[in-house]
Ligand binder design. Structure first.
Ligand SMILES: [Zn+2]
Length: 431
């Protein structure tokens, strides 16, 4: 009887305070209140950072956005440092903020300062329309950066940062990582090795109406196909003149399409140049071809990308593609080369456990459960460099749309929701 009464009372109280979620401890409720109290300021921080153009190649802009966030971490008692990249790399560098303690899991939080919108972009920096804002990088991923600040700030105000080990890294070149990546991502990999868990703040997406985070991302890599034929009069094609480089390239690419495809694997020839005189300018990703209709082409070059779920799938694809390349038509020959770029973030039990904890925190806060994005549905991201070393979860950022397009936008209320989920997850991971 007594228990029933208590339960009835609890339900009545919960009905009066819908914001107070039943699954949270008093300390956690305090954290949620702190996130809510700062929501207006969080939008202000988003606007300030969005109003600075920070296209990857606008190095001064990237550093200026770094300064905006650096001040926030300084205020929260983190030690901050700006890591410069070698001059010849042509990248702005990265912001790192660190605090050290002895309690719970050691966390690495990943954001990025740059956007795909370079200084000459005509996309507005910031345009607010009620509860929605459009602008350069507002969801990808200045919104995510703000969520990191908002969550850590709430934890600090609630006294829950004490004795925790948290490292924040906001890279300055996520959209076009500096080469070689063994240099531009060296510090990130080192920090990952000193951590137990990595959380990435790329946008939270919606799959069939349910919010979904990222437990796996496909690797990105490249292939280059070089095809040679015998130059000669067109009337000799199919005969003494051989098939030429263009037919050989067509045979190979169609063979790839018909014989190599499997679930989770894609390969896309993005550029092809063929004729008797071909030049390609890699830095600007463009080229020129000269040829005549009455001359058998002697050269084709193809540049493509290759995306795979794990190394076994990569190796299978390489082997089959090499086989197809080797079956040359008469009078033609070809060679293919491969180059890895982003390692795969494989779907591991550790990543799935993190998702479960994130989803639990969300539902305890009354914000619903979180599902998983299929790995093939997301492009490459920084989290992939750390995923081989630590349990990783990405997509904890803002909800919006149109990333990388002039319509990029963010649902402003999603900043608060994501900050609440993140703060609770960090709290639980660091107890
Ligand atoms: Zn991004």
């Amino acid at each position: 009887m007594q228990r029933k009464l208590v339960l009835a009372l609890a339900l009545a109280v919960a009905a009066l305070h819908p914001a107070r979620a039943a699954g949270l401890s008093p300390a956690e409720q305090r954290i949620v209140e702190e996130v809510r109290a700062w929501s207006g300021a969080a939008i202000g921080l988003l606007e300030r950072s969005a109003r600075i153009n920070s296209g990857t190649m606008n190095l001064a802009g990237v550093r200026a956005v770094g300064d905006v966030f650096r001040k926030e971490f300084d205020q929260l008692g983190f030690r901050t440092v700006w890591l410069d990249m070698p001059h010849e790399m042509g990248r702005a560098g990265h912001l790192v903020a660190v605090r050290e303690g002895r309690q719970g899991k050691r966390l690495l939080l990943l954001g990025h300062l740059d956007t795909v919108f370079e200084a000459d972009s005509t996309t507005p920096l910031w345009e607010r329309e009620g509860d929605y804002a459009r602008g350069q990088g507002v969801s990808d991923m200045k919104g995510g950066n703000v969520i990191v600040v908002a969550a850590l700030r709430a934890l600090q105000r609630a006294g829950a940062l004490d004795d925790t080990t948290i490292t924040v890294m906001f890279t300055g070149d996520e959209e076009e990582a500096g080469n070689p990546k063994s240099v531009s991502r060296k510090d990130m990999v080192e920090l990952a090795k000193l951590s137990d868990v990595a959380l990435g703040f790329e946008g939270l997406v919606s799959i069939d109406g349910q919010p979904a985070a990222t437990v796996g991302r496909r690797a990105t890599a490249f292939f280059e196909l070089e095809v040679k034929g015998r130059q000669g009069h067109s009337q000799g094609v199919f005969g003494n003149g051989g098939y030429g480089a263009v037919y050989e390239a067509a045979r190979i690419l169609d063979g790839f399409r018909q014989q190599v495809a499997e679930p989770g694997l894609t390969f896309n020839p993005g550029l092809i140049l063929g004729g008797t005189d071909v030049s390609f300018d890699a830095a600007n990703s463009k080229g020129a071809a000269f040829g005549k209709t009455n001359v058998i082409a002697n050269t084709v070059t193809v540049k493509g990308d290759l995306r795979y779920l794990d190394y076994a799938q990569r190796d299978r694809a390489h082997a089959r593609m090499r086989e197809i390349v080797a079956q040359s038509l008469p009078g033609a020959s070809a060679s293919i080369s491969f180059r890895d770029s982003y390692p795969p973030m494989a779907v591991t039990p550790g990543n799935l456990r993190l998702l479960e904890q994130y989803s639990q925190a969300s539902s305890d806060a009354g914000l619903g459960t979180i599902g998983a994005v299929p790995p093939s549905a997301r492009g490459a991201g920084d989290i992939q460099f750390v995923a081989p070393h630590v349990d990783s979860l990405d997509g904890l950022g803002a909800s919006g749309g149109g990333a990388h397009s002039p319509n990029e936008g963010v649902e402003l209320a999603s900043i608060e929701r994501a900050a609440i989920r993140t703060a609770l997850l960090i709290y639980r991971l660091t107890r």
